[in-house]
Write a protein that binds this ligand. Structure first.
Ligand code: ATP
Ligand code: MG
Length: 431
């Protein structure tokens, strides 16, 4: 009667089979809870695989600090032992901040026996109360005598016996996922969100220009997502401006460090007001933001050298404002000895805001603060500042020396690491 439960077609089960077994018992779960996390792209990296997996494991360990959770096994699926589902929930919130995992789930571990798997699976059925179901087995232990299909059939039959529910392979009310590993089976009870990307630290180190605004924290996050370890630099308008923007950047860096908890970045605060004043004394008002940006790049590079960082990261988005047109970005690029990475180049503001909202820092980023950039600059900035005018203005100052001294005078602040829950804001894209 149950022969086609795991097969390829919809099964119509005879009425009699829909009557629940009188011995139907609610899940006697008492099964240990585990969080399974599947390695993403990192597992595909050929000879670098070991290095990627080691970094991923270290990063995972760092976010789990202070929780009662233990990483049990390695390989391309990491198993995290937790006391119960409440603890699993806590692990889930931390896991969402580790780049390099493609999928994760809360599972119940049990013996590799179809009857026992069905019994444990009742937890999922009781919660969801589906009208139909399907069983999907992934057999990671290839030496197990039954094929995935055999197992699907047997587990499905055992579930039908307990619940009387029909199978629907095309659109099941509940898709019960089971992983068969060496020594244990894992029954999925909840799928988790993962961050994707590559493990932080596997692509090197970069210095991110963090203004305290909306774009640069998102750019920093995307840089981390592709495996970069990030240090932060903030240019403050002091002594002409107050510390609000710096405080915002500090709070943002703390949240961002939750995504690189194993090696959190420092925030380097560069007092920039005097240099902005010097630059404004030798230039046309409408050229100044480009001049400031070029000098920020020089200072950034000087600092990056000290920090062993191989690139700068900014929140530039093509055409967003007059300093981010192609001609003006090229002028900034020319002043930088290091490549400038712009992860948001093709993002619309709305998309950037949705990303910021997803990690709960949009509201913080929108708080009003005096940004250093407009200091001494007019409201109207040229969209294509003429290169000769820039060079002529800069020739009047020793900007390399000023950059070196600013990098030396940078204050190092430790933002710390925020590992509490990240509250998604309403403007985040629904997942
Ligand atoms: P953000 O929202 O991040 O401030 P924005 O849209 O306001 O970005 P701009 O102010 O033009 O853009 O700055 C472009 C990029 O230059 C920022 O994303 C940031 O990387 C860098 N930047 C600008 N001002 C500062 C600053 N005061 N300190 C550090 N980086 C800065
Ligand atoms: Mg800004």
């Amino acid at each position: 009667m149950f022969a086609s439960v795991g097969g390829a077609r919809k099964v119509v089960v005879a009425k009699a089979a829909l009557t629940p077994d009188p011995g139907f018992t609610p899940a006697s779960a008492a099964a240990p809870v585990r969080v399974l996390a599947k390695v993403g792209e990192a597992s595909l990296k050929g000879r670098n695989r070991r290095r990627f997996l080691d970094a991923l494991r270290r990063n995972l360990k760092a976010v789990l600090a202070g929780l009662d959770a233990r990483i049990e096994t390695g390989g391309s699926v990491l198993v995290i032992a937790v006391a119960d589902e409440v603890a699993a929930d806590e692990v889930a919130s931390r896991l969402a901040r580790v780049f390099g995992f493609a999928a994760a789930s809360v599972c119940l571990r049990c013996e590799r026996d179809p009857g026992r798997i069905a019994e444990v699976a009742m937890v999922a059925f009781e919660r969801r109360r589906p009208g139909t179901f399907a069983v999907r087995v992934r057999r990671r232990d290839k030496t197990f005598p039954l094929t995935s299909q055999d197992l699907e059939r047997e587990i499905g039959a055992a579930i039908q016996q307990r619940t009387g529910l029909p199978v629907d392979l095309a659109a099941p009310g509940l898709e019960l996922r089971v992983e068969l590993d060496v020594g244990a089976a894992y029954v999925h009870v909840r799928e988790l969100e993962t961050a994707g990307g590559l493990p932080v630290g596997t692509s090197g180190r970069a210095l991110s220009l963090l203004s305290g605004g909306i774009d640069s924290p998102v750019a920093s996050l995307l840089a981390m997502k592709r495996g970069l370890e990030v240090e932060f630099v903030h240019f403050s308008g002091e002594p002409y401006l107050g510390p609000t923007a710096t405080t915002k950047a500090l709070a943002q860096a703390k949240v961002l460090n939750g995504f690189q908890a194993e090696r959190p970045g420092s925030l380097w605060v560069v007092p920039f007001g005097h240099q902005q004043r010097m630059l404004s004394a030798v230039s046309d008002e409408s050229h100044r933001i480009v001049l400031y940006r070029r000098q920020m790049a020089r200072i950034g590079c000087a600092l990056a050298e000290r920090l062993d960082a191989a690139a700068l990261v900014t929140g530039d988005s093509l055409g967003q404002v007059s300093s981010q047109t192609l001609p003006n970005m090229s002028l900034v690029e020319d002043a930088s000895a290091l490549p400038i990475l712009r992860p948001l180049l093709a993002f619309d503001k709305r998309e950037v805001m949705a990303e910021a909202a997803a990690i709960g820092i949009l509201g913080l980023s929108e708080l009003p603060a005096d940004d250093a950039c407009p200091l001494f600059a007019g409201a109207k900035q040229r969209t294509a500042v003429p290169r000769p005018a820039i060079l002529e203005a800069e020739a009047q100052l020793d900007l390399d020396e000023l950059a070196r001294s600013a990098a030396e005078a940078a204050r190092k602040v430790e933002p710390g690491v925020f590992l509490d829950r990240l509250e998604r804001e309403s403007r985040a894209k629904p997942r």
